[in-house]
Design a protein around this ligand. Sequence first.
Ligand code: ATP
Ligand code: MG
Length: 231
Amino acid sequence: QVEDQEDLIRVIDCRQAYHKGGAADLVVLDDVTLSLRSGEIVGLLGRSGSGKSTLLRIVAGLLPPTEGSILWKGRPVSGPVPGIAMVFQSFALFPWLTVQKNVELGLEAKGIAAAERDRLAEAAIDLIGLGGYENAYPKELSGGMRQRVGLARALVVQPDLLLMDEPFSALDVLTAENLRTDLIELWAERKLPVKSMLLVTHNIEEAVLMCDRILVFSSNPGRVAHELAVP
Ligand code: ATP
Ligand code: MG
């Protein structure tokens, strides 16, 4: 579903080293260069510890790389990028807030009027298949439904780029498959309010099903070792 060739994000020669008290720095990413275009879903496959989550934090502008640069729509990134949202393997939902209010947290600090926040949250909740659960509390939800709340919270801001860090890996096989299928369908029908997605996964079948391109990461240090197109 590649629509145009606009680069949303470019990662150029990025290197990330973490300080280890006393010992030599741990080089987690070295020479990482990649770009993501509008209209594509890109997969990132790699072993545990290869630096995938680190790269996502860098892409989102949450962690400045030790070396190298990140361009968002051609401009250098120097802090959190408003057009990017993230979904994680697990995350906190506020137990004393309804599904609706948990989703609206995604809109916090955006200066959006309450009525509009309600409307946007309801639309995101409906889209992700949780219609009718607006007033439920997190303790009443299954794992799959909780993950959908996390997705709704990310989608409610209508981000250009959605970063997903192993979003299905805490779910049982069937639940994961249902959620993947729904996402693929929404994407194919162009109903997802995102332009591009980057999916970190350990599951090669999942990557092949969902992605237009798959970047295979090497470990120690992480860098893009192979790129697979999925025609
Ligand atoms: P997984 O598949 O297990 O999620 P990953 O590919 O996402 O792994 P990262 O979480 O990016 O890998 O971690 C890469 C390496 O960097 C690991 O060795 C980890 O211990 C180390 N690391 C991650 N974050 C920090 C940090 N804030 N300080 C020091 N070391 C870190
Ligand atoms: Mg990780």
